[in-house]
Design a protein around this ligand. Structure first.
Ligand code: ARG
Length: 274
């Protein structure tokens, strides 16, 4: 049979056809047989809501880029696996993990006690907090000032949570958007009076969109948040690989280098905290 296969191969080769790279299983009985080629690295499907610069966004070529992407690529390299990023809307992102459509998520996801009930998180890789964006001429100086104003948030984010807490569950002045950039566009258009979202994203948007004429307002009530990579609950094998890779890139300076690329040379908070 082996001879027949070889013959078939020769015929194919003679026809100029591409032969698939034959794995040629070595007979297990022969000690001298060459070791089988190493199994190809596992490719994990990674979900990310790529409308959250500088953490994840799509460049002009449609490629998913950003701090989170660089961090995960570096982790994957250390931990010996491969990744494929798939743009995944925030509103369905946790479900996509649960259903098995994604193997893990990196999406500037704040580690919260509530989320920990349904998924497992890596060690924290980034420190964040909420921040308010308002138009330059706004009188808002503190979070409390937003109590009765129209506030834009991205549905189901920690920004949504804090504003819902401030205004109450039945508030009619919280405007929920499917992405943070959409909320910020609405702020520019005057449809909302403020947007509350993660500091890194607000700061990035304000810096890169001077024509929007926004300013930022911080508030002492905004508690520290930390981003984690999410895996399905109980997937400890993958979680350990991710944590090992994360520790390795923090130890060898790769994390700091990526941090510097996106946030400048200021102290890499999460790296220092770990
Ligand atoms: N850190 C916030 C949260 O976990 C917002 C994250 C939104 N991420 C995104 N890629 N849209 O709720």
């Amino acid at each position: 049979q082996r001879a027949a296969m070889l013959m078939a191969g020769l015929v194919l080769a003679a026809c100029g056809k591409q032969e698939p790279p034959a794995p040629a299983p070595a007979p297990a009985t022969e000690a001298s047989a060459p070791a089988p080629a190493p199994a190809p690295a596992k490719v994990y499907v990674v979900g990310t809501d790529a409308a959250y610069a500088p953490f994840e966004s799509q460049n002009q070529k449609g490629e998913i880029v950003g701090f989170d992407i660089d961090v995960v690529n570096a982790i994957a390299q250390k931990a010996g696996f491969e990744v494929k990023f798939v743009n995944t809307p925030w509103e369905g992102i946790f479900n996509s993990l649960q259903q098995g459509d994604r193997d893990f998520l990196v999406s500037a996801i704040t580690i919260t006690d509530e989320r920990k009930q349904t998924m497992d998180f890596s060690n924290p890789y980034f420190d964040a907090h909420q921040l308010i964006a308002v138009r330059e001429n706004s009188k808002v100086t503190k979070f409390e000032d937003l109590k009765k104003l129209k506030v834009g948030v991205q549905t189901g984010t920690t920004g949504d949570e804090v504003v819902t807490k401030l205004q109450g569950k039945n508030s009619t002045t919280i405007k929920r958007f499917e992405s943070t950039p959409l909320a910020l566009k609405e702020l520019e258009a005057g449809g909302v009076d403020a947007v509350v979202a993660d500091n890194g994203v607000i700061e990035n948007y304000v810096a890169n969109n001077p024509q929007s004429k926004f300013k930022t307002v911080n508030d002492a009530s905004f508690t520290p948040e930390q981003y984690g990579i999410a895996v399905r609950k109980g997937n400890t094998e993958l979680l350990e690989k991710i944590n090992q890779g994360l520790a390795a890139i923090k130890a060898d300076g790769t994390y700091d280098q990526i941090y510097g690329k996106y946030f400048g040379a200021k102290k890499a908070d999460a790296a220092a905290a770990a």
